[in-house]
Design a protein around this ligand. Structure first.
Ligand SMILES: Nc1ncnc2c1ncn2[C@@H]1O[C@H](COP(=O)(O)OP(=O)(O)O)[C@@H](O)[C@H]1O
Ligand SMILES: [Mg+2]
Length: 249
């Protein structure tokens, strides 16, 4: 594999004696979708939280884009290009769709905006914000209150907010959760377009979506990587079928 964009080495995290992340080694390629699948409680969200910096690991190392970020805070990782799709609760419902993205651009750019006057500032913010909305198919919804978006559109807005930060890697934790079939298909289509230019780590329960999108699949069971490989190999893996994919596939 080309130099990985993300490497986890011996990552460990336990809560009250429960090993939620148990010596996880993982390499994420600099292109394509790397899916992380596994049953509820396997430790997928905890893993994503350690990668983005919300949860500190007990042991191990996280190397992103050549930097050891294990002990760096969330915003420092974001500056390096590590973006996590925001939770729906971070969307401000009374603000327009465009304003929601522009605020994220401003937060990301930080104090550099002091250099601009008000009109310039709006243009500098709205340009990339609008481009991100167009990329996720929300261009025509730019000026409606974010609160009026459908559930699937809010998911797309979260992705636009992440994109506006010009990420090098996008972390997605169950983007299809709670969306209907049609909205799921729209999100899959959106991610298929995005993955041509941006590598992603995708945690997802919808196996149809996973196998449509993934170039690489890792299976997490009780905090351990049970198997990791190309989708076809994972689908055929007896251990994986027994532990997770069994029914429903
Ligand atoms: N902050 C926490 N304190 C205690 N236990 C936690 C905490 N976060 C997660 N856990 C436990 O860790 C396990 C894995 O959780 P999680 O990472 O959310 O799994 P998944 O996303 O795969 O469903 C669960 O048993 C959960 O209860
Ligand atoms: Mg989870």
């Amino acid at each position: 594999m080309a130099e990985p964009i993300l490497r986890l080495e011996g990552l460990c995290k336990s809560y009250g004696g429960l090993d939620v992340t148990d010596h996880v080694d993982l390499e994420v390629a600099p292109s394509g979708v790397h899916a992380v699948i596994g049953p509820n409680g396997a430790g997928k969200t905890t893993l994503i939280n350690q990668i983005c910096g919300l949860v500190a690991p007990d042991a191990g190392r996280i190397v992103f884009a050549g930097h050891d970020v294990t002990h760096r805070p969330v915003h420092a990782r974001a500056r390096l290009g590590l973006a996590r799709s925001f939770q729906i609760t971070s969307i401000l419902p009374a603000f327009s769709t465009l304003e929601n993205v522009a605020l994220a651009v401003q937060a990301h750019a930080g104090s550099s905006f002091r250099l601009f006057g008000r009109a310039d500032r709006e243009e500098v913010l709205n340009g990339p914000a609008y481009a991100a909305l167009v990329e996720v198919g929300l261009g025509e919804r730019a000026h409606v209150p974010a609160g009026s978006l459908s559930h699937g559109e809010k998911r797309a807005l979260e992705i636009a907010i992440a994109l506006a930060m010009d990420p090098k890697l996008l972390l997605l934790d169950e983007p299809m959760a709670g969306t209907g079939r049609e909205e799921t298909e729209r999100l899959v289509h959106l991610l298929q377009g995005l993955k041509t230019r941006l590598p992603m780590v995708l945690v997802e329960h919808d196996m149809t979506a996973v196998f449509e999108l993934a170039d690489h699949v890792s299976v997490l069971i009780y905090g351990r990587i049970l198997a990791s490989g190309p989708p076809e190999a994972i689908r055929a893996d007896r251990q994986v079928i027994a532990a997770y994919l069994g029914e429903g596939e």
